[in-house]
Design a protein around this ligand. Structure first.
Ligand code: AMP
Length: 195
């Protein structure tokens, strides 16, 4: 299965993408994790991305598209993958469509994890104190949520038009959210089987 997870920072999409990847035996690919790793290793990409991430802004489309192009071409992605944090713009979504067209394997489903903003703030502030992530500082959190709000509606509309989008309530215990996602994906699988 090739699945995209959409959702605001703090919605739990990283956690759910990793859990689902394990269950399906496919990699959970997070551009945020890849970029944080590049920053940690001080690679040329990391040096370029660091200030952008600390400001809560988006890294340029061509940079993340390049990361994804290489990553989904690796053998462990051949059976499928879960994308977490990519695409974040319509341009990225269009580029992803073209990449998948090239390999003849379109997306199966897009899960939009919905969590109210007050809950997101609580979770992100908690994560900042636990993990010390520099993109989880209070000023950065506000900007990340603003950027998310600006970019997400067109992305949701894009995948709605494609008939791929399902909204999943992201509130509650991790296991409950996992069960909701499983229910949605079983539906998507049945639909694919009928197609
Ligand atoms: P995340 O962990 O997915 O919230 O990503 C952390 C930060 O990495 C974001 O705030 C952006 O600065 C950058 N980033 C991650 N994925 C993307 C993407 N698809 N497009 C642009 N910037 C991204």
């Amino acid at each position: 299965m090739r699945i995209v997870f959409l959702g605001p920072p703090g919605s739990g999409k990283g956690t759910q993408a990793k859990l689902l990847g394990k269950r399906l035996g496919v990699p959970a690919i997070s551009t945020g994790d890849m970029l944080r790793e590049a920053v940690r290793r001080e690679t040329p990409l990391g040096l370029r991305a660091r200030a952008i991430m600390e400001a809560g802004e988006l890294v340029p489309d061509e940079v993340v598209i390049g990361l994804i192009r290489e990553r989904i071409a690796t053998p462990d992605s051949a059976r499928g993958f879960i994308l977490d944090g990519f695409p974040r713009t319509v341009a990225q979504a269009q580029a992803l469509d073209r990449l998948l067209e090239d390999i003849g394997s379109p997306l199966d489903a897009v899960v939009n994890l919905a969590v109210p903003e007050a809950t997101l703030l609580e979770r992100l502030i908690g994560r900042a104190s636990q993990e010390g992530r520099s993109d989880d500082r209070p000023e950065t959190i506000r900007e990340r949520l603003r950027v998310y709000g600006e970019k997400n509606d067109p992305l949701v509309a894009f995948y709605e038009r494609a008939g791929l989008l399902t909204r999943v309530d992201g509130l509650g215990a991790v296991d409950d959210v996992t069960a909701r996602i499983d229910g949605v994906l079983r539906g998507a699988e049945r639909a694919a089987g009928r197609a």
